[in-house]
Design a binder for this molecule. Structure first.
Ligand SMILES: *[C@@H]1O[C@H](CO)[C@@H](O)[C@H](O)[C@H]1NC(C)=O
Ligand SMILES: *[C@@H]1O[C@H](CO)[C@@H](O)[C@H](O)[C@H]1NC(C)=O
Ligand SMILES: *[C@@H]1O[C@H](CO)[C@@H](O)[C@H](O)[C@H]1NC(C)=O
Ligand SMILES: *[C@@H]1O[C@H](CO)[C@@H](O)[C@H](O)[C@H]1NC(C)=O
Ligand SMILES: [Cu+2]
Length: 210
C-alpha cells in the first residue's frame, strides 16, 4: 500500500470516528435532564438513561411547551420507563441525530408535572429556540402530552458500563427543579467514540510501518 493511500485510509477512519454517544440522565437528580443543553453533530447518538421513578422522553414541539412534535413529522418517544431507585434502568433509549436543527425534549409524566417543573432539555439551541423561553412557557403549561402508542424514533439497548466521567449525570446539576434553565453539565463523549479514535490512531501507526 502506498504511503498516500495509507494516509487516506487513516484519515477516513478518523473521520468516521467522530460520531459520539452523548449520555443524558433522565431524573437522576430531582426532575432534571442532565445535561439539559447539548451540542450534537449529525450522526451523534443521544443516549437517555432513566432513573426512578417513572419518566419518559418525548421530542417536543417548539410551538407549544410540553407537547410532542407531531409523530408524522418525525421525532421520538420512549414511552414511560418505570425504574427502581438507586440505579439507572438496564435499558437506555438511543436516538440518532440526523441534522443540526434545534431539538427540544421533555418528560411527559404528569404525576408531579415533570415538564412544568423543568424536566426538559435542548439539542443545538438556535438563536430563538433556546431553554429560556421554553422554560417560561413550560412553567405556564397545564399538562404534558404523551404521543399515542408505543415508542418510536429511537431504540432501546442494554446499558453499557462506562467510566463515570462519561456519565452525563455525574456532573453536578445546576438546574433548579422549578424553572430557571441554567444549562447544566457538559457533553460527555461516549467511550465508544474515544475507543474508535484510539483504534484509528493505532491503525494509522500500523499503516505507517507498512
Ligand atoms: C433536589 O430537591 C430537593 C428538595 O426540593 C432540594 O433540597 C435539593 O437541593 C435538590 N437538589 C438539586 C441538586 O437540585
Ligand atoms: C408510569 O406513568 C404512566 C403515566 O403516568 C402510567 O400510565 C403508568 O402506569 C406508570 N407506570 C408505573 C409502573 O407506575
Ligand atoms: C433520525 O433518523 C432515524 C431513522 O429514520 C430516526 O429513527 C430518528 O428518530 C431520527 N432522529 C431524530 C432526532 O428525529
Ligand atoms: C412559574 O409560574 C408561577 C405562576 O405564574 C410564577 O409565580 C413563578 O415565578 C414561575 N416560575 C418561574 C421559575 O418562572
Ligand atoms: Cu419525569
Amino acid at each position: 500500500m502506498s504511503p498516500l493511500s495509507s494516509l487516506l485510509l487513516a484519515a477516513g477512519l478518523v473521520a468516521q470516528a467522530t460520531a459520539k454517544i452523548i449520555p443524558i440522565s433522565v431524573g437522576k437528580t430531582n426532575l432534571t435532564m442532565t445535561p439539559n443543553s447539548i451540542a450534537a453533530e449529525k450522526g451523534d447518538i443521544l443516549e437517555f438513561r432513566f432513573w426512578a421513578k417513572n419518566h419518559s422522553v418525548v421530542q417536543g414541539s417548539w410551538k407549544t411547551a410540553c407537547q410532542p412534535k407531531p409523530k408524522e413529522e418525525g421525532g421520538f418517544w420512549s414511552g414511560f420507563v418505570p425504574t427502581e431507585a438507586g440505579a439507572p434502568n438496564s435499558q437506555v433509549f438511543r436516538v440518532t441525530i440526523n441534522d443540526t436543527q434545534p431539538i427540544v425534549f421533555y418528560c411527559s409524566q404528569n404525576t408531579g408535572t415533570h415538564c412544568k417543573k423543568g424536566m426538559f432539555g435542548v439539542v443545538n439551541a438556535g438563536v430563538e429556540l433556546t431553554l429560556e423561553p421554553y422554560a417560561k412557557a413550560a412553567n405556564g403549561s397545564d399538562s404534558a402530552g404523551s404521543p399515542e402508542g408505543g415508542p418510536y424514533g429511537g431504540v432501546f439497548e442494554a446499558l453499557q458500563a462506562t467510566p463515570s466521567t462519561t456519565d452525563g449525570g455525574s456532573s453536578p446539576s445546576s438546574s433548579p427543579t422549578n424553572g430557571a434553565p441554567a444549562p447544566s453539565g457538559t457533553n460527555g463523549a461516549g467511550a465508544l467514540g474515544v475507543s474508535f479514535v484510539g483504534m484509528a490512531a493505532v491503525g494509522a501507526a500500523a499503516l505507517a510501518l507498512i
